[in-house]
Structures are given as structure tokens and as C-alpha cells.
Ligand binder design. Structure first.
Ligand code: ZN
Ligand code: ZN
Length: 319
């Protein structure tokens, strides 16, 4: 026999007893003021889980904490000193705690100001990894960035395909693929993912208008992928200069850039003057040691008989 629980004609659980058992085994927090709503329902990306002792049963060791209402793990953001859950957020000092120990009783208990300050100091922020992506206009940076985010986050492409909600879509993109139909005819398919203001799909113009950072989390790391306006802008070298200034200004916001990915066309016979200009501009801004963290990437290779060795030979011969 199972007991089901309904609320507003919606089934909350088909096994009420089991749910209550789970609830009773959880350490919960309660916000003494109303939770502030965030923009949309997106959890603050920088918040990390907290492992605090119970303020009442202090010697019991460190515990995981969930929100008493939404039952999501509560997370702390070092930058704004707030706790986050699906209900919203509020300052950490507004929260009271109740662990699952039967000896604790039913009351929610707050930390003293001093102890809370000490505990907060011990919270480690997420490790941040910043990756700068530059490349020629139309090389497919946005699509490549989406692919990179999924590549970092999943072991195999099957893991993404198993559930379409798994797919990480950082940037709305649009691209064409050519597929062979069973009757042998080639068929052009347009793939479009999401919508945005930062992309300009007008033909001939660089799609990404200004530098923009896209973040996602994986394994306690915060990945920040910096998308930049395309090099070799059809509006000319002056536009390239403006774009490079924009890129430099943008990356100066970050303490460290951990990797620079340079996206190149696989069918390029030699480096264009505007690409050379932008690449040199970029290099003078960095310490010489940055060279070790520059990676050349070649998207869209499937349609070409692509050989990296041939390509690199050309770079070295001409530059
Ligand atoms: Zn909540
Ligand atoms: Zn307790």
C-alpha cells in the first residue's frame, strides 16, 4: 500500500511515507525573511555548496544542507554573500539551520555572527577557467563553443543524446549541413539553435558583434568561454582594429586567461593579412609564456581532405 499526496490537483508523491523519511534524513535551512527572486529562475552560476556543522549540534561534524521549502541543495555565492536555492536568494545571515539528528529537536538555530564569519571564510570558491576563442569571420566559432562546452561536460556524445535537456546551448547558432539521402541525392539542412541579440545573422557581416563571456559549471569548476568578434571583418581593417581593442578591453576584466583557442578554416591556403595583424596584436599583449597555451583548432574539416601538416607547413613558410 502507498499513500499519495496531492496539492492543487497535482500529484506531489505516490509514496508519501518514503518522501517523509527522506525529508527527515535531510539537514535543512530556513530563511527568516522572504527569499528574493532572481532574474529568471537561473541559479547564480558562481554559488557553491556549503558544508557547515549544525549550529546547535556543533561537534557532530560537517553536513550538507538543503532548503526546507524546495529541498534543493543550498549554495553560497562569495561575491554577494547570499545563499541560493530554487526559491531565490537572501543574505546568509538571514538563515537558520536544523540538522536531521533526532536530538536536535524541531527548532531552527542561527550561528553567532563570529562563527558564521569564520565558516564563510572557509568556503572555497569555484576554480575558474577562462578560455579565449578567436577566429576568422564565419569559421563557426559559436557552434564550436557549444561543442566545446558539451565535450568538457560529458564523457561521450551518447550521454548528450540520451536526454535532450543535457545539451548545453551557450550561444544561439545557425549553420548548414549537407546530408546524403537514401536515394543518393544531397540535401541541405539548416540547423538553428536558440535566439539572441548578440548575433547578427545578416550575411557578410561578422556575426558576433562584441566580446561576450559564456559560463557553465562542471566538476566544481566554472568555465568561462570568451567569444569574440570575427577576425577579417568584411567592413575592413579599421573594423578589425576596433574589434581587437574590444577583445583586449574585455579580457582585461579577468585575472587569468588559461587558454587561447585560435579557430582556422581548414581550406585556407595561407594566412590573410588581417588575421596576421590581429594575431600579432594579440600576442604583444601577453607574456611570451602564453604561447604554450595557444591551441589552433580546425572546425568544419569533414568536407575537406584536411591535413594539418600541410596547413602548418604553409603557416611556417609564409610567416
Ligand atoms: Zn528553496
Ligand atoms: Zn543539529
Amino acid at each position: 500500500m502507498h499513500i499519495s499526496q496531492y496539492f492543487n490537483a497535482q500529484c506531489i508523491t505516490t509514496n508519501y511515507l518514503q518522501l517523509q523519511k527522506t525529508f527527515n534524513s535531510q539537514n535543512t535551512v530556513l530563511c527568516e525573511n522572504n527569499m528574493m527572486q532572481q532574474n529568471g529562475d537561473e541559479r547564480n552560476i558562481k554559488a557553491v555548496e556549503i558544508n557547515f556543522p549544525c549550529p546547535k549540534c556543533f561537534d557532530d561534524g560537517l553536513k550538507e544542507w538543503v532548503c526546507e521549502r524546495c529541498r534543493q541543495k543550498i549554495e553560497y555565492n562569495i561575491d554577494d554573500e547570499k545563499l541560493y536555492c530554487d526559491c531565490g536568494s537572501n543574505y546568509i545571515k538571514e538563515f537558520a539551520f536544523k540538522c536531521s539528528d533526532p536530538g536536535h529537536g524541531n527548532d531552527y538555530v542561527k550561528f553567532s555572527e563570529n562563527i558564521l564569519a569564520e565558516l564563510v571564510q572557509g568556503i572555497k570558491p569555484l576554480q575558474e577557467i577562462n578560455i579565449l576563442v578567436i577566429g576568422e569571420t564565419g569559421v563557426g566559432k559559436s557552434t564550436w563553443i557549444n561543442a566545446l562546452a558539451n565535450y568538457i561536460s560529458y564523457d561521450s556524445i551518447q550521454d548528450v543524446l540520451n536526454n535532450e535537456n543535457n545539451f548545453i546551448n551557450l550561444i544561439p547558432t545557425q549553420f548548414e549541413i549537407t546530408e546524403k539521402q537514401p536515394n543518393g541525392e544531397l540535401f541541405q539542412k539548416s540547423i538553428k539553435v536558440g535566439e539572441s541579440k548578440n548575433e547578427n545573422f545578416t550575411e557578410g557581416q561578422s556575426a558576433t558583434q562584441t566580446s561576450k563571456a559564456y559560463t557553465f559549471r562542471h566538476n566544481k569548476c566554472l568555465y568561462r568561454i570568451i567569444d569574440t568578434p570575427g577576425i577579417g571583418d568584411s567592413r575592413g581593417i579599421e573594423q578589425d582594429k576596433t574589434n581587437m581593442e574590444n577583445i583586449m578591453q574585455f579580457i582585461s576584466l579577468y585575472k587569468e586567461i588559461h587558454g587561447i583557442c585560435v579557430l582556422m578554416r581548414p581550406n585556407e591556403a595561407r594566412i590573410t593579412p588581417s588575421f596576421e595583424f590581429c594575431f600579432k596584436e594579440l600576442l604583444v599583449q601577453f607574456h611570451r609564456s602564453a604561447v604554450e597555451n595557444i591551441v589552433f583548432c580546425f572546425p568544419q574539416t569533414s568536407g575537406f581532405n584536411f591535413e594539418v601538416s600541410f596547413f602548418l607547413q604553409n603557416i611556417f613558410v609564409h610567416n
